[in-house]
Design a protein. Sequence first.
Length: 307
Amino acid sequence: MASYYVGVDVGGTTIKLGLFSDGGELLEKWDIPTNADKNGEHVIAGIADSIEEKRAARGGNIRGIGIGIPGPVTDDGVVLKCANLDWGVFSVKNTLFELTGISNVKVGNDANVAALGEMWKGGGRGYDSIVMVTLGTGVGGGVIQKGKILTGGRGAAGEIGHIKVNSAETERCGCGNFGCLEQYVSATGLVRMAKAGLKQDSSLAALAEITAKDIFDGAAAGDSYCKEIVECFGRYLGLALSNIAHVVDPEAFVIGGGVSAAGEIILDVVRKYYRENAMYAIRDTEIHLAELGNDAGIYGAVRMVLF
C-alpha cells in the first residue's frame, strides 16, 4: 500500500497543500479557500477534510502532515495567536491529530517553513545553515541551523523585517516602532521611499501608480532616481544581512518573495553593501535568489515530517 506525506501552507485567503512520496517527490498540489469565520475554527477542519478526500481518491496511508502557520508557533505545535486567522492560543498539532488520527504532525511558522523548503529543494540547496528573507508586502524571514528551524524562545525568531536600520525615521512601521527594515525593502516600503522624494525627471513621475517592479525596471533602464532608490534598498538590506550574519553565521542567504522577481539587480546591490558591513570571516557568505516560489511552504512543511 502506498504511503504519502502532506505539506500544508496556511495563508489568509488560500491554503496550499501538497502530496509527497516518502522519498520527498511532489506528486500533486492543490489549494482550498481559507475559511476564517468564527475565529478561524473551520481552518483546521477544512485541512483535515481535504487531506482525507485526497487519501480516499488515491488509496494508501498518510504517514505525516507538516503545516506552516502565519504566526508564532512553539516547538510542540502551539500557535501563539494569529491575527490573520483570528486564532488565539491552541495546539494545532493536537487538533489535527484529533481530526485525522495521524500522530506524526509538525507545525512551524510559515516563513521559517518556507526557509526550510528553500534549503531542501530551492535556492539554499547544498547548505544546511541558511537565512531566508522574504520580500513582499512586508518582510519575513526564517533561520535554519544545521537543517533545523531556529524558532527562538517564543516562536518568533526570524522576524527580520523588524530589525531597526534607521534610527532617524519618523514614520511608524506597522509593528509600532520606527526605522524597521520592512519600511525600506518591502514592496510597500520601496514605493513609500520612491514617492517621498519623487523627481519630475524620473520615469516614475508619469505613472498613476508606482510599483516595486517599476522602480527596478527604471533602474535597469538607467533612470537615475530609480537607481538612487535601489541603492537605498541595497544599503538597508545589505546592512541588515550583515548584522544577522554576525550573530548566526549562515552558509548562505536566500532572498525570496515578490520583490525578488527583479532578479540579479537585487543581488548586485545587496552583495555590495553586505560586503561593506561584514567582517572578514563572513564577507564571502553566498547570497542567492529563492527558486521554489509559492511552493516553498509545502516543501518545507513536508521536510519537517520526513526528517
